[in-house]
Design a binder for this molecule. Structure first.
Ligand code: PLP
Length: 395
């Protein structure tokens, strides 16, 4: 390797350490459950997992993956249209479309991939893409890949969104893209207002519901169900790597024409392997389990409300909200990292986030609650929060 290149990487890594933004990986030796075995730490309660419904290690989800491994083998061999598509992909895509309330869906190896396979494919120079300022990194990068004009509106600011729609009335397509649930804040997109504006200005609405699928709405069908708007969202992208089994994978759901168009033109579909069949089978089992057990969503909401309420009673000020994402703002990045370390010493794993993931001065611990947590798990975590909060003069 070039010495200059290696030196530059080392220098920048040293800078990350100096600025205390260097990330160390924690290795786990057990499934993602309410408690995990962390190398060098033993058993810890995890408040940093997107395993919202506890399906990661549910026996029927794991068994479905094992059966698919025996039936279909380890991988897909290549690209779907070249070497064949497994029937498990069709089954999964039909189930996902039914679940989120659209005509069709198409799976990808991740939601990142689904986003990158969507906007650059369906938008061209004559179009405008209008994106919320707090959208996920995968949306930001996908928008950058687009040849369309790119516009950003301040977070959830409907007046600004309307101005942009008005200003681009002559574009061929106005394409609004928003997270369903904003991952660092835990707030929910204002879909009724967004859809109303889209109708007024003939725009397309796409929602990345990665933190909403399996979480929002009485049956976990996502942000659209939460708002009573199933069937009203033009395009939904989402992940299979959070509530729906937590393995990996993503999908784009919408009209049959959209799924067909993406099958023809979306570059990750044309030039990259499909979702491994084991993962497709586990995700399908997750959807089926959730359809049969909507009470998992109730348990998730009860747990989140309990944790949020008790945290506030202790004197913390979590960002208000209705989702299982409970961010506690601490200010400086170093403080968030310190608190995260102290919590880990007490057997509670919750990651601190600082700049550039969140704005300067708004470093936070993002707690994520799961239906898998027992009250005892949550109480262990709350006790550790109380102790570290006092230690750091936060409460
Ligand atoms: N979109 C949003 C809103 C997310 O929060 C995430 C993951 O954090 C992703 C996309 C990426 O999902 P995946 O892990 O399936 O690529």
């Amino acid at each position: 390797m070039s010495q200059a290149f290696g030196g530059r990487l080392r220098e920048e890594l040293d800078g990350f350490r100096r600025d205390r933004v260097y990330k160390s990986l924690n290795y786990l030796d057990s499934p993602q459950a309410a408690r995990v075995l962390m190398e060098g730490r033993g058993e810890v309660v995890i408040l940093s997992s997107n395993n919202y419904l506890g399906l990661c290690d549910m026996p029927e989800v794991v068994q479905a993956g094992k059966r698919a491994l025996d039936r279909f083998g380890a991988g897909t061999g290549s690209v779907r249209f070249i070497c064949g598509t497994f029937t498990i992909h069709r089954e999964l895509e039909q189930a996902l479309a039914r679940f989120v309330g659209t005509e069709a869906s198409l799976s990808y190896v991740s939601c990142w991939n689904a986003n990158e396979g969507l906007m650059p494919t369906v938008l061209g120079e004559q179009d405008v893409v209008i994106s919320d300022a707090l959208n996920h990194a995968s949306i930001i990068d996908s928008v950058r890949l687009c040849k369309a004009q790119r516009k950003v509106y301040p977070h959830s600011n409907m007046a600004a969104l309307e101005e942009l729609l008005k200003a681009h009335a002559s574009a061929r397509t106005r394409f609004i893209i928003t997270d369903g649930v904003f991952s660092m804040e835990g707030d929910i997109a204002r879909l009724p207002d967004i859809v109303e504006l889209s109708r007024k200005y003939d725009a397309v609405v796409a929602v990345d519901d990665s933190h909403g699928t399996g979480v929002l709405g009485k049956h976990g069908r996502g942000a659209a169900e939460h708002h009573g708007m199933l069937g009203d969202i033009d395009i939904i992208t989402s992940t299979l790597g959070k509530a729906l089994g937590g393995a990996a994978g993503g999908f784009t759901a919408g009209s049959s024409e959209l799924a067909d168009y993406l099958t023809q033109r979306s570059r990750p579909q044309l030039f990259s392997n499909a979702l491994p069949p084991t993962v497709a089978a586990s995700a399908l089992a997750s959807v089926q389990h959730l359809e049969a057990h909507p009470e998992l969503v109730t348990r998730l909401n009860d747990n989140a409300a309990y944790f949020r309420g008790r945290l506030a009673e202790l004197g913390f000020k979590p960002i208000e909200g209705q989702t299982p994402i409970v961010p506690v703002i601490l200010g400086e990045t170093a403080k968030a990292i310190r608190m995260s370390e102290l919590l880990l010493e007490q057997g509670v794993f919750v990651t601190g986030f600082g700049f550039p993931v969140v704005p300067k001065g708004e470093a936070r611990l993002r707690c994520q609650i799961s239906a898998a947590h027992s009250r005892e798990d949550l109480d262990v975590a709350l006790e550790a929060f109380a102790k570290t909060g006092r230690q750091l003069d936060l409460i």
